[in-house]
Design a protein around this ligand. Sequence first.
Ligand SMILES: Cc1cc2nc3c(=O)[nH]c(=O)nc-3n(C[C@H](O)[C@H](O)[C@H](O)COP(=O)(O)OP(=O)(O)OC[C@H]3O[C@@H](n4cnc5c(N)ncnc54)[C@H](O)[C@@H]3O)c2cc1C
Length: 301
Amino acid sequence: MDDRILKELREFGKVETGRLLSTMTTLRIGGPADYVVYPENDIGVDSLITFLENEQIPYKLLGKGSDILCSDDPYHGVIIRLDKHYNDAYFKGGMLTAQAGCSIIALASECMKRGLSGLEFASGIPGTLGGAVFMNAGAYRSDMAAIVKQINVYRDHKVEWIDAEECEFRYRHSIFQRHPDWIILAVRMELTPSDPKKIEALMADRRKRRFDSQPLNYPSCGSVFRNPEGRNAWELIDGVGYRGKSRGGAMVSEKHCNFIVNTGNATAADYLALVEEIQNAVFEKYGISLRTEMEKFNWTF
Ligand SMILES: Cc1cc2nc3c(=O)[nH]c(=O)nc-3n(C[C@H](O)[C@H](O)[C@H](O)COP(=O)(O)OP(=O)(O)OC[C@H]3O[C@@H](n4cnc5c(N)ncnc54)[C@H](O)[C@@H]3O)c2cc1C
């Protein structure tokens, strides 16, 4: 830790030093980050990024860390989190404008109370709104692309609204994955008026389906692999006999074999070893390259 850097960073928001990424990710895996900064507003974001660029310090946006596999190595850079201060949501008719740090579960529940339909699919996705747009998160044949109209983005030192059409949304993909230096600050979504009781019932049904089919009692990052065209990743994993297999503390869930869970003491290396073994086995048997849905972060190889 460098005292001068720390002093400067404190100008831009609350700073934590040496915090383990395992405490900021749903997998509960990851080594210490030199700094974690929580900017309070757009000026703070711009000043922080300008400083980091000038000092050539690497940085990474983190939402709720629910789609990321961090290595156990120290991260010599700055983790930027918006979930403390970018939490406001504004409703006007069927339009919802919300800041990127909002929990999408909380937003889904607020929409339900207001009789606005469209976010029901998100009621079990433990991420931020920014992370959901970045991933084009989805479930039950719906996704963020179906409701997002505009995105407030920080790029090239400017804050601007861009239209959803520019965002290259497709299955678990958005333009933001090609531009890791862009920061999603807020999102405008269009929802459809509906009966709150109907929305509540749909959300309860979705919740039950998740509890019945997913290993929610263990730390995970949700589905590990993207479904290849026309196939379900879980069927391929089952087909190569990996259901229930473990490496160290990482285990392919018996309940849902596209989930690899941390049974308590998984290292990042255990987890990645299992991911790669599955990829090799599936390729050997089916000739299909399974791509991960979760992102690998801070790996040197
Ligand atoms: C139990 C469980 C169930 C899940 N179910 C689903 C599901 O049904 N459907 C689904 O799609 N996903 C699911 N997921 C995965 C995950 O929750 C989603 O992908 C979620 O949208 C990720 O959001 P996050 O805030 O946690 O992002 P993070 O994991 O923190 O980050 C993911 C990526 O987004 C980037 N990012 C985050 N915020 C911003 C921002 N403001 N600006 C720019 N980039 C940003 C990060 O840099 C990173 O590259 C599940 C995960 C778990 C643990």
